[in-house]
Design a protein around this ligand. Structure first.
Ligand SMILES: NC(=O)c1ccc[n+]([C@@H]2O[C@H](COP(=O)([O-])OP(=O)(O)OC[C@H]3O[C@@H](n4cnc5c(N)ncnc54)[C@H](OP(=O)(O)O)[C@@H]3O)[C@@H](O)[C@H]2O)c1
Length: 238
């Protein structure tokens, strides 16, 4: 039996790296999209059977880079796309970042940069890899969202730039589920994880989040398409 194939963007660290690690351990073929392969040592060192890990240069903010990544995959079709690359801005989750994304202190260049990556970049990846997914048996497209993208659950304000990027991403997820009825598209909140983005105080080990996420991915069906879910598959209110 040929192994199943997944594309993970932002695969050199954090949640994306854990997805690559876990899928490789499960015998999947992993196309690992990274902005700069020279900064992907942890990814390159993952245990993998010969030919199962392909490190693909992929900057989601560049149409040319995304098209090159599609071409680099040859004719391979994909079972899963983990559209994961994302940013909270140049200084990550910190008091400073919360301040520069708060009303009264907004850094508009940062907001633009966040939208470029989290929203336009994710959409660009979705469009570019759609045909690769369509050949699969149960094609799954995961848009990595965030609890901070939930309008219903926003109880503290702040982080306007990041929150709005993820709320808009959720809208994209719903729209793609309608337009691409053969592909399961979900927006996923991974929980607050200890990564560069989440920071050291985050309560969840990204490896644990990813284990739960992949268990959830395995049981999603077309009936789930267009949902906003947490790592366990429970609905997150829009
Ligand atoms: N950690 C959390 O608590 C948490 C919570 C909710 C949602 N999320 C979401 O989960 C996803 C992964 O976050 P993380 O915590 O793993 O963050 P992370 O450790 O900071 O990793 C972010 C990843 O995205 C990549 N990336 C950034 N800009 C890119 C671009 N233009 N093109 C391609 N890749 C790019 C980074 O690559 P470089 O190394 O090249 O910068 C890195 O691989 C993000 O979408 C984030 O919003 C995280």
């Amino acid at each position: 039996m040929t192994s199943r194939s997944v594309l993970v963007t932002g695969a050199n660290r954090g949640i994306g790296l854990e997805h690559a690690r876990r899928y490789l351990a499960r015998g999947w073929r992993v196309f690992a999209g990274v902005r700069d392969p020279s900064r992907a040592a942890a990814l390159a060192a993952l245990p993998a059977a010969a030919g199962q890990l392909m490190i693909v240069p992929l900057d989601v903010t560049s149409g040319a880079s995304v098209q090159s990544a599609v071409a680099a995959m040859g004719g391979t079709s994909l079972d899963v796309v983990v559209n994961n690359a994302g940013t909270y801005g140049p200084v990550g989750w910190s008091e400073q970042a919360r301040t520069t994304q708060a009303a009264g202190g907004m850094d508009y260049d940062v907001w633009r940069q966040i939208l470029e990556v989290n929203l336009l970049g994710a959409f660009r990846v979705a469009e570019a890899f759609r045909t690769r997914l369509e050949g699969g048996e149960r094609p799954l497209h995961v848009l990595m969202s965030s609890d901070l993208g939930s309008i219903a659950n926003n109880r503290m304000g702040q982080s306007h730039a990041y929150r709005s990027s993820k709320a808009a991403l959720n809208m994209v997820c719903k729209g793609l589920a309608i337009e691409w009825p053969g592909i399961i598209s979900v927006a996923l909140a991974p929980g607050w994880c200890r990564t560069d983005l989440g920071g050291a105080d985050a309560p969840i080990d990204p490896a644990d989040s990813v284990a739960a996420q992949q268990e959830t991915f395995d049981r999603l069906t077309l009936a789930d398409s267009g949902r906003f879910i947490d790592r366990f598959g429970e609905t997150v209110p829009w």
